[in-house]
Design a protein around this ligand. Structure first.
Ligand code: NAD
Ligand SMILES: O=C[C@H](O)CS(=O)(=O)O
Length: 486
């Protein structure tokens, strides 16, 4: 049993966490959790539905006043202890993550540190829930703006970052004084349940944090249909986000949406090509291409196109495909067969429409869920991959001539999460950075995520920001007090 080798076996939880208790589904049903590398079932978790969700919401509601009324310093101490426990258990948490999500162990270790950093960040932010004073409209009148926690909140999170997408929300909500119900993706529930275990150990009172696994539509329906849940924070596909936004309208729930992307990566003729290739590899192939901020379209200026492609091909050919648990592996199995099929569908569509295969493209000997990293050129805008998230190790390159053409192609998408470009010309840097329609821009950088920066997108990539000093405000309400005759 691959999970039998944990140093801290208590981190393997196969029940849900409601009101400080580990519980099964009412009907005893479970769902299997499998290892993407070999499809071996590694655990089972409860298949919960609306009744259990309503109990979790009730527990969060009961716990809210006590957690709200702690001082910011008291909440900060719990969050900081949770951070410390995550780091103390980093190796076990990384092992659990790789076994259920597939990503290389080194990347899982990195995600645990990144996820823990959100708890550390919001432990500090919890002490900075400031208000403001405003001059009154007449003598003796004073206006004070205060901020208060919004109340019971919910998070629905994706499989590709099973820990960080939870702490980026739960850290902010708990720091604000809210309580939370979390529904992780059914592909990666074990990381979420391990986080709940450590959160309780850190001192989160019963009901403050609840984690439910099971039917997404039933749990999501109970969350968005509740007049107790005041905030829904979703990370996932734009398609599902749009559905949840509509469902949240019934009770006017406050929402945050961290959705899909279609990131352009522009290499101008004044770029440092070695740096551009390094950034391209980091952004495109992180988590085997399964991140929302992965490059989806490369745009390379014609004068440097062939030189860039030669360097890029050499780097791609150096990638090591294998089981994420094996040291040295840099590309793992994709999360499921449908994900691998989508990458191949995008590749075949592009080749059928005139793209040129430079590297990769063959079936991988390790199995159908593994994809050989591929590089294609002569990509044109009518190809499927220009309009859909590939979410896998396929690097597609579009040649361009002018800066104006590059910006037009880059912005020709409903999405606007991340964008990247490489140029050493400071005048061009400002022009292009302002012209790109995205929430985040990497300039001569391929990896841009940072708990201190406001993460989020524009257009169909979402609403709101996470992390930074913005993150906690998403879980708070403002109230102004107008005091007269003083
Ligand atoms: N913007 C970001 O920060 C960010 C981060 C990670 C992933 N993503 C996006 O997420 C997608 C990949 O993740 P995914 O496949 O888990 O996305 P997904 O939308 O299929 O699922 C996300 C979560 O929503 C749940 N869900 C699915 N249908 C639901 C419904 N009808 N009601 C309630 N919950 C439902 C899933 O169980 C999961 O927990 C990609 O599009 C990626 O770009 C965005
Ligand atoms: O996949 C989406 C994540 O938000 C990417 S990151 O880890 O925040 O860069």
């Amino acid at each position: 049993m691959p999970l039998s080798g944990l140093n801290n076996p208590s981190l393997l939880q196969q029940q849900c966490f409601i009101n400080g208790q580990w519980v099964d589904a009412d009907n005893g049903e479970t769902i299997p959790v499998s290892n993407p590398a070999n499809r071996e079932i590694i655990a089972h978790v409860p298949r919960m539905g609306s009744a259990e969700t309503e109990r979790a919401i009730a527990a969060a509601n009961t716990a809210f006043p006590q957690w709200r009324d702690l001082t910011a310093v008291e909440r900060s101490r719990v969050l900081n202890r949770w951070y410390e426990l995550m780091m103390a258990n980093q190796e076990d948490l990384a092992r659990i993550m790789t076994l259920e999500q597939g990503k290389p162990l080194a990347e899982s270790r990195g995600e645990i540190a990144y996820a823990a950093a959100f708890l550390q960040w919001f432990a500090e932010e919890s002490r900075r829930a400031y208000g403001e004073t405003i001059p009154g409209a007449k003598p003796g009148q004073h206006i004070v703006v205060i901020t208060q926690p919004i109340g019971v909140t919910a998070a629905i999170t994706p499989w590709n970052f099973p820990a960080a997408m939870i702490t980026r929300k739960a850290g902010a909500a708990l720091a604000a004084g809210c309580t939370m119900v979390v529904k992780p993706a059914s592909e990666t529930p074990l990381s979420a349940l391990a986080l709940a275990k450590l959160g309780a150990e850190a001192g989160l009172p019963p009901g403050t944090l609840n984690v439910l696994t099971g039917s997404a539509t039933a749990i999501g329906g109970a969350i968005t249909g509740s007049d107790i849940v005041r905030k829904v924070s979703f990370t996932g596909s734009t398609e599902v986000g749009s559905k949840l936004m509509a469902q949240s309208a019934r009770h006017i729930q406050k929402i945050s949406m961290e959705l899909g992307g279609n990131a352009p990566f522009i290499v101008f003729d004044d770029a440092n090509l070695d740096a551009a290739v390094e950034g391209a590899m980091a952004s495109k192939f992180r988590n085997t291409g399964q991140t929302c901020v992965c490059v989806n379209r490369f745009l390379v200026q014609r004068d440097v196109h062939d030189a860039f492609i030669a360097k890029f091909k050499n780097a791609i050919d150096g990638l090591v495909v294998g089981d994420g648990m094996d040291e040295g592996v840099t590309q793992s199995a994709l999360i499921n067969q449908a994900a691998a099929d989508k990458v191949n569908e995008h590749l075949q569509d592009a080749l059928a429409k005139g793209a040129t295969l430079v590297s990769g493209g063959d079936a991988h000997p390790l199995g159908a869920q593994f994809v050989q990293p591929a590089l294609i050129t002569d990509v044109t805008p009518e190809m499927q991959l220009c309009h859909e998230e590939t979410f896998g190790p396929l690097a597609a390159v579009i040649p361009f001539d002018t800066e104006e053409e590059a910006i037009q192609i880059a912005n020709d998408t409903p999405f606007g999460l991340a964008a990247y470009f490489y140029s050493d010309n400071v005048h061009r840097v400002w022009r292009v950075a302002e012209a790109l329609e995205s929430g985040m821009v990497g300039i001569n950088e391929g990896i841009i995520s940072n708990p201190a920066a406001p993460f989020g997108g524009v257009k169909a990539s979402g609403l709101g920001r996470e992390g930074s000093h913005e993150g906690m405000a998403e879980f708070m309400e403002q109230k102004y007090l107008c005091m007269g005759s003083i």
